[in-house]
Design a protein around this ligand. Structure first.
Ligand SMILES: *[C@@H]1O[C@H](CO)[C@@H](O)[C@H](O)[C@H]1NC(C)=O
Ligand SMILES: *[C@@H]1O[C@H](CO)[C@@H](O)[C@H](O)[C@H]1NC(C)=O
Ligand SMILES: [Zn+2]
Length: 415
């Protein structure tokens, strides 16, 4: 405990001097836990060492996990793996190199685009500009607020009153920059597509799109620590909770941590975070027009639906499996990108307290999907900006497939 306190003091100094956290020679290992004891070893090792962070949590026997290890910890980490008989390969040799290379290009005179990543301020500026460009269709919409007082800003794209509403969410995990980038690309596509079949589909819906559900965390990933994940609520002795383990449905039951400082800390109580509390109130206020929920995370190339729980199964599980099967076929058709799919718990692991589970379990919405976007771990959440457009294109293909299936189901339930 004392040892941790010393480490945290050091972290605080970094924040006060507002230097950027560097990841020189941090490596990411892909490890293969082959039994419960090996899972326990990995979890406890990370718990007692701040300079070991999971990129992908070791939760399930025989499913690989990705572990980022500081240069100082390499030797004892490798000794620990050997002592416990855990297979590992180096997946990323130097995390700082990926951070240095992820940014793309910006064309002169262009204030926004999809060949680079953009700051929260730039994204909000672009969202607000859309209501001037498309005054008949787009209005800004505030879905909630953050601990530090920022808005959860989105756009309300209404083609016709009474259309089914699709809510799109990105960036609930701060460091997963491809989520907000994909969300803004999709807004642009909905508004500007020249493909008449695409236009016919999207205009039968209304869209409320929120690229950055965790604005404080996103700002922090730009100013201070690229690998930040959670909110910026001050807890003792660490900042932040995981806003995608904080929703009030089977909260804290499986696949979430009650330990402050852990990357998937569920918070001290359900909806302890301003972001999840305010955004859930917004979602609850939408009523029956709200029918579809789409959520973007990275990484892993997975398309999933509720639940992230062993104890509950979606009432329309069979339907959702068919819909995701077709959506992944549509996605793969464009560039051959391979996705796995299914319920969250079958595809990745248990993760109680996610927004997705709450939208289905409490609000009773039936068409609820989450993407773990590109890639499969070569870059992780540090995906180079030249992949934003191809990633967004293939993702949009899968969304269109889902929306067409939803329309067919809505029509058949009315006939
Ligand atoms: C979205 O915009 C439409 C059209 O202006 C409006 O009727 C609707 O109430 C708006 N939705 C929300 C949640 O504000
Ligand atoms: C649709 O066509 C217009 C006019 O040619 C063009 O400016 C716009 O970029 C096109 N939209 C897309 C999404 O390609
Ligand atoms: Zn995530």
């Amino acid at each position: 405990m004392l040892w941790r306190a010393v480490v945290l003091l050091a972290t605080t100094v970094v924040v006060i001097s507002s230097e950027k956290v560097r990841y020189d020679k941090y490596r990411v290992y892909r490890v293969h836990p082959a039994g419960d004891e090996q899972l326990r070893f990995l979890a406890s090792f990370a718990k007692y060492h701040n300079d070991i962070q999971f990129w992908k949590e070791p939760r399930v026997v025989n499913k690989p996990a990705d572990v980022m290890v500081s240069p100082e910890m390499q030797t004892s980490f490798l000794e620990g793996l050997e002592a416990n008989g855990i297979q590992a390969t180096v997946y990323v040799d130097n995390v700082q190199t990926l951070i240095d290379n992820e940014r793309g290009v910006r064309r002169q005179g262009e204030s926004f685009g999809w060949e680079d990543y953009y700051t929260l301020e730039e994204i909000h500026g672009w969202l607000n500009s859309l209501s001037e460009t498309y005054p008949d269709v787009v209005t800004p919409i505030v879905g909630g607020s953050s601990y530090e007082g920022r808005e959860i800003l989105g756009v309300n794209i209404t083609f016709a009153p009474g259309n089914p509403v699709v809510v799109v969410e990105g960036g609930i995990h701060a460091g997963e920059w491809i989520g907000p980038a994909t969300a803004t690309w999709i807004i642009n596509q909905i508004l500007t597509t020249n493909d008449s079949a695409v236009r016919d589909t999207v205009r039968q819906f209304n869209f409320y799109v929120f690229p950055n559900l965790n604005p404080d965390g996103y700002v922090y990933t730009w100013t201070t620590d690229r690998n930040w994940r959670g909110t910026r609520t001050p807890y003792t002795p660490c900042y932040g909770a995981d806003p995608n383990r904080n929703w009030d449905f089977h909260w804290g039951e499986e696949g979430a941590s009650s330990t402050v400082c852990s990357s998937d800390f569920a918070g001290p109580e359900p909806f302890s975070e301003v972001e999840t509390r305010t955004f859930s109130e917004f979602l609850a206020s939408l009523g029956d027009d709200f029918q579809v929920y789409l959520d973007f995370h990275s990484y892993g190339q997975m398309l999933m639906f509720p639940y992230g729980l062993y104890s509950v199964t979606a009432p329309n599980y069979d339907d959702l499996l068919v819909i995701t099967t077709k959506a992944v076929e549509a996605l793969t058709a464009r560039y051959g990108t391979q996705y796995t799919f299914g319920s969250i718990v079958d595809t990745i692991y248990a993760a109680a307290g996610s927004s997705l589970d709450w939208v289905m379990g409490v609000l009773g919405k039936r068409f609820v999907f989450v993407w773990e976007l590109r890639d499969k771990g070569q870059y992780g959440q540090l995906l180079p900006a030249d992949q934003i457009i191809p990633n967004s294109e293939e993702t949009f293909d899968s969304i269109l497939s889902i929306l067409r299936d939803v329309l067919a189901q809505i029509e058949s339930s009315h006939s």
